[in-house]
Design a protein around this ligand. Structure first.
Ligand code: HEC
Length: 228
């Protein structure tokens, strides 16, 4: 009888031990696990949000509050625009763009006439010569255009030059003058008359008796600058 009770008690003890040692049961009983399970929905909770949003807001690391691209921070906002009209360097300061010279000219015929006078003006330099002393009858100007347009190579300066640079070369050397100001009306007028000479030369009838076009035009006074 006694052994029967003992066996029964033992069996009960073994059954109890089996139930308690179940891992799931043990966790569910742990007070720490219970607190953790309660915390999750608290984090996700936002007032007025749908359940899906509650979860999203709880987990979303880019939640609206922290948005680094919010309109406020826009570095291209109109205020800071460096191309704004106020900063335009071409904006009219006092009614127009900066002119290249104080006196402007718009009459081309007048400009060419002014240029013709200058090509014949001894006072342009200090050598006592005029441009026309050397360039009369289209001499030494290479007007047949075999060299092409400016800038082209010219033997005397031994360089490739623009028309204006060549004019200044003759100003400084044969004319013994100061170079002309690039933006001066004098420079523009002398250049305009040079083009007039080109047009005159090329409009001439090809065969004047006894004179071959190219040769006749390039003959002139002996080159006074050659010896240097
Ligand atoms: C003492 C003579 C002399 C005088 C004065 C003179 N030049 Fe010249 N000019 C020359 C010679 C020489 C050349 C070079 C020709 C060459 O090397 O092919 C030349 C070349 C030029 C050319 C370039 C022609 C080309 O090859 O396309 C121009 C333009 C010119 N002269 C303009 C002028 C002007 C403008 C003046 C007056 C401000 C002037 N010259 C005064 C002698 C003169």
């Amino acid at each position: 009888m006694r052994s029967k009770r003992t066996i029964s008690a033992l069996l009960t003890l073994i059954a109890l031990l089996l139930v308690v040692s179940q891992p799931g049961t043990a966790e569910m009983l742990s007070p720490q696990a219970t607190r953790q399970a309660e915390r999750v929905p608290v984090v996700a909770m936002q007032p007025g949000a749908t359940p899906a949003l509650q979860v999203a807001q709880g987990m979303n690391p880019c939640a609206a509050k922290a948005n680094p691209c919010a309109a406020k921070a826009n570095p291209c906002a109109a205020k800071a625009n460096p191309c704004g009209a106020a900063a335009n360097p071409c904006a009219a300061k006092s009614g127009g763009p900066t002119p290249i010279r104080a006196d402007s000219i718009r009459d081309h015929g007048k400009l060419v006439a002014m240029g013709k006078d200058l090509w014949n003006d001894r006072k342009l330099g200090t050598s006592g010569l005029t441009c026309m002393n050397c360039h009369v009858n289209h001499a030494l100007l290479n007007l047949d255009m075999t060299k092409g347009r400016f800038p082209h190579f010219v033997k005397m300066p031994n360089d490739i030059v623009t028309l204006d640079q060549m004019i200044n070369f003759c100003m400084v050397n044969p004319m013994k003058a100061k170079p002309l100001e690039a933006n001066s009306i004098t420079m523009t007028a002398i250049a305009a008359y040079f083009n007039q000479l080109v047009d005159e030369y090329n409009a001439k009838p090809a065969a004047a008796p006894g004179a071959s076009k190219g040769k006749a035009k390039t003959s002139g006074p002996a080159n006074p600058c050659a010896a240097k």
